[in-house]
Design a protein around this ligand. Structure first.
Ligand code: 9MR
Length: 856
């Protein structure tokens, strides 16, 4: 943008030259058959609209769609000015003095005069070329030439189509602008060849880096503190050519250095890395920011600028014009004859769609992050997310998950089946604030996958919300049961791959994994035989579900397996379930160890949203650490995050606001700063989807052809295939950053010297009686103790004996009385309580923390 003031001045002071430019523009109604080869290179990235209209954009009042390989648009009536309805394309470079041939095909029904412009993309919108083509119903090809008087790196092609009293239809095809310089070959700026985690390593955690070099023998490295003093040195390990980047690389292990500090750098082969910290507290903020992301994704509520400075906005899709929903949304034509109130929930991603399958895994993972705080030895409370509900009696992370869960419940029909998704009738362009989306909203057909997502998350919500809101818990459990029954009766209703206009398809024609996941959640919550049998009889229960490509919205068996392993339950053979998580983690660890960038994911081609798959493989390693306490799994997670935060071929942190160079132009209709400087970038703590070998969008296709997997990424707002933000991708980021924040300096936490026996002696209609024994298995006396554990669901303490009790949510703390304060080595003390029962299972907890340390 630095050149623009000069440009503006230059144009405004030379009006006569501009007039000459217009005069040179000639309208030729010719068939476009000339040989273009000598006219110079094509500057329009997608002028043929074969499979997509991106990266073209439109004003929110225009509905754009693909029709027979053309871009067609419904232009509304009752507008005043030509610029009240626009279809445009940004970022076209123009070179001063070059002659360009500008061509397009267009039609209008009924016929109209349009306005074709090539101009400055911002105020004062200085025009470089203008024409008023007469558009006919049968369509014409237009051809012009013009010579820009000055260079512009980012001209805008615009079709201004407003000013008509009545609606009409515009179609566009074969847009071509030939001339000027060859478009620059995109070369990512990858900075220094020494690649590190640009945020922080934990003092006692692993510390690894990667150097891109031609050297085949080891080279020396030095670690310097922020004063430039060498504090450690060594030599690299040559790793050969890495297939994920095509680079010859060495790795550096500087884990022996453990002193905390800021501004370290690593030097090797004549290059110095970007700076980083060694810190035990660096992840505390990311743990919150990655979750705070969800509030600003909320639909159906105004975002309070006081809570998110710079991000306040009116409520989206609450039925206030120009929005058309989501309080009374009809189905797509022919799908159903009713309307539903499906307001609320989170917007899925950079679009305004809301999809049950993707909402399901996202809500699950936030609830799982909370549930971990009940069951994992190292887990700490999550803390305040600065949301409207902060300060109520419910943990903020559950309040945030509830915002989505309530939406998921609204998507259920009275017969139990859930609609797959609700979104705009047609794709909209960028930027477009949620409250300004004028598109009709439509419910899409029900699906078995959506219904099972609802069954799973509602069953999970039932146990987690029970201590705070018994009615909401009961509502969820009823919905989960109903969804399960409906899915059993309709086991093969699949969302169509072709249903991708105006929103993502999220098609999935294998739901055995969703059945397994839902059965697992229902079993954990209820303990009922029917769900236990569904788990045990699923072919997925004993199969290797740990695929290298990770778990995601379409591959959900892993969710069921993880919860069966980490949430207390009485499943027969549970030890094998827990062991299987370690087996999965071992696989990811082996991949990571073999990878010179420390990636626990390395298929020959990287998937859409690869960063979330990397993070979900780390979730499996983290769960293995929670289960086993084995250091190798903790180290695997700590090394895995390095890739996300900068130790990668592009030398970029994929999290907004973290790391010296980070992704900040994620595809979004409202964090569209790259398109409109008045809009913000995505909030701090937003994950970019990351490298995607299939590069489906035109920006990626223009810039990244032939890319090696790690290079298939561009931080451009229109690269929806490599650079979107989504609710399901930030979920593993938040889960993992919480896990890492919880690890202190990265040392393994030693278990306590204690053994707890927890016996439920009797259970009756409304309660249960429990006896607890703590044995001191150490060599020193325990002098004063508190024992902490969590109930699975809504169980409550009624009264106890031989200890001083308190309860917060599902978590109970028993403290010694004066007479049983001391537990001598080898001896035990016993206390007990009567609890008030709650519907569902009441298993023995997996975790007892004695004075903060886990007992056997
Ligand atoms: O994340 C989804 C990815 O797994 C699929 O391969 C892709 C194509 O179907 O769609 C992705 O999801 C997008 C969805 O369809 C629409 N909202 C934005 C999502 C992220 O790009």
């Amino acid at each position: 943008m630095g050149a623009l003031p000069y440009l503006t001045r230059c144009i405004l002071t030379r009006p006569s030259r501009l007039t000459a430019v217009f005069a040179a523009a000639a309208l030729l109604l010719l068939p476009v058959t000339a040989a273009y080869a000598d006219e110079g290179p094509e500057q329009i990235p997608n002028g043929t609209f074969e499979t997509s209209t991106a990266p073209w954009w439109n004003t929110g009042n225009v509905t754009v769609e693909l029709e027979d390989g053309r871009l067609c648009a419904d232009i509304p009536g009752s507008t005043t000015n030509p610029w009240d309805a626009i279809i445009g394309l940004d970022g076209i470079p123009l070179v001063a003095g070059e002659t360009y041939a500008y061509r397009f095909y267009a039609s209008a029904t009924p016929s109209r005069v349009g306005r074709a412009l090539i101009q400055l993309p911002v105020d004062p919108w200085t025009t470089f070329f203008a024409a008023n083509p007469e558009l006919s119903v049968s369509g014409n090809s237009y051809e012009f030439t013009f010579t820009p008087p000055t260079s512009l790196p980012n001209a805008q092609i615009a079709f201004q189509l407003g000013g008509s009293a009545t609606p009409w239809r515009f179609c566009l095809d074969d847009v071509s602008l030939r001339g000027g310089a060859e478009p620059e070959v995109y070369e990512p700026d990858t900075g220094p060849r020494v690649r590190v985690n640009q945020v922080a390593y934990l003092p006692n955690g692993p510390k690894n880096a990667t150097v891109v070099t031609d050297a085949t023998e080891a080279v020396a490295w030095q670690l310097k503190n922020d004063g430039g003093t060498v504090v450690a040195d060594g030599s690299t390990t040559p790793r050969g050519v890495d297939s994920s980047s095509g680079q010859n690389v060495h790795s550096i292990d500087f884990g022996a250095y453990t002193t905390a500090g800021e501004g370290y750098t690593l030097t090797a082969d004549g290059e110095t890395s970007r700076p980083f910290d060694i810190s035990a507290s660096a992840y505390a903020q990311l743990k919150l920011d990655a979750l705070k992301f969800y509030y600003t994704q909320r639909s159906g509520i105004a975002i309070d600028d006081a809570l998110r400075p710079g991000y306040g906005r009116p409520a989206g899709h609450v039925g206030v014009a120009p929005n058309q929903g989501d309080t009374n949304v009809p189905c797509q034509p022919g799908v159903c004859d009713y309307s539903l109130d499906v307001s609320g929930g989170w917007y899925d991603a950079g679009d305004h769609g809301k999809y049950v399958v993707n909402g399901g895994i996202s809500a699950w993972q936030l609830m799982s992050e909370f549930e971990r705080t009940k069951n994992a030895a190292t887990a700490k409370t999550i803390g305040s997310l600065a949301i409207p509900e902060s300060g109520d009696a419910v943990p903020d992370i559950l309040d945030e998950a509830r915002w989505e869960q309530e939406f998921l419940l609204k998507m259920q029909r009275p017969d139990g089946m859930a609609h797959h998704k609700i979104h705009d009738a047609a794709w909209t362009g960028l930027p477009l604030m949620p409250h300004l989306d004028p598109q009709p909203r439509e419910l899409h057909p029900v699906s078995t996958a959506a219904t099972l997502n609802l069954a799973a998350t509602a069953a999970q919500a039932a146990r987690l919300f029970a201590p705070y809101d018994a009615a909401f818990a009961a509502e969820n459990l009823a919905a989960a049961r109903k969804a399960w029954t409906a899915a059993k009766a309709n086991p093969a209703i699949y969302a169509s791959a072709g249903d991708g206009v105006g929103g993502g398809a999220y098609n999935d024609d294998n739901v055995t994994d969703e059945f397994y996941w839902a059965a697992a959640e229902l079993y954990i919550t209820t303990g009922e035989a029917v769900f236990r049998d569904a788990v045990l009889n699923s072919p997925l229960h004993t199969s290797d579900v740990w695929r290298e490509r990770g778990f995601d919205w379409a591959s959900t068996a892993q969710l069921g397996r993880l919860d069966l392993a980490t949430v207390p339950n009485n499943l027969p053979g549970r030890a094998a379930v827990r062991a299987s998580v370690l087996e999965g983690a071992d696989k990811y660890l082996a991949t990571l160890d073999a990878h010179p960038y420390g990636l626990p994911y390395n298929p020959p081609d990287f998937d859409w949203g690869s960063n979330n798959l990397v993070l979900n493989n780390m979730v499996v390693m983290a769960a293995a650490y929670d289960i086993s306490g084995q250091k190798k799994y903790l180290d695997g997670v700590l090394e895995g995050i390095d890739y996300i935060l900068g130790r990668n071929a592009l030398n970029i942190s994929y999290v907004t606001g973290y790391g010296e160079v980070n992704s900040e132009n994620q595809h979004s209709r409202w964090y569209a700063n790259q398109l409109n400087p008045d809009l913000p970038n995505p909030p701090r703590g937003t994950l970019a989807g990351g490298p995607n070998s299939a590069i489906q969008d035109p920006i990626a296709q223009t810039n990244l052809q032939g890319c090696k997997p790690q290079f298939c990424y561009i931080d451009h707002i229109e690269s929806w295939a490599t650079n979107e933000l989504t609710i399901n991708w930030n979920a593993p980021l938040s889960w993992i950053s919480a896990f890492i924040a919880d690890q202190g300096d990265g040392s393994v936490t030693a278990p306590g010297s204690c053994d707890v026996t927890y016996q439920i002696h009797g259970t009756w209609q409304t309660g249960f009686s429990t006896q607890v024994t703590i044995k001191n298995t150490g060599t020193a006396a325990i002098d004063g103790w508190n024992l902490k554990w969590s109930f699975l669901g809504g169980q409550k303490l009624d009264h106890g004996w031989n200890a001083d009790y308190s309860q917060s949510g599902a978590t109970l703390t028993a403290k010694n009385l004066s007479h049983n304060k001391k537990i001598h080595p080898g001896s035990s003390i016993t206390f007990g309580f009567n609890g008030v029962g709650a519907p569902g299972a009441n298993p023995v907890p997996d975790l007892f923390l004695l004075n903060g340390k886990a007992c056997a």
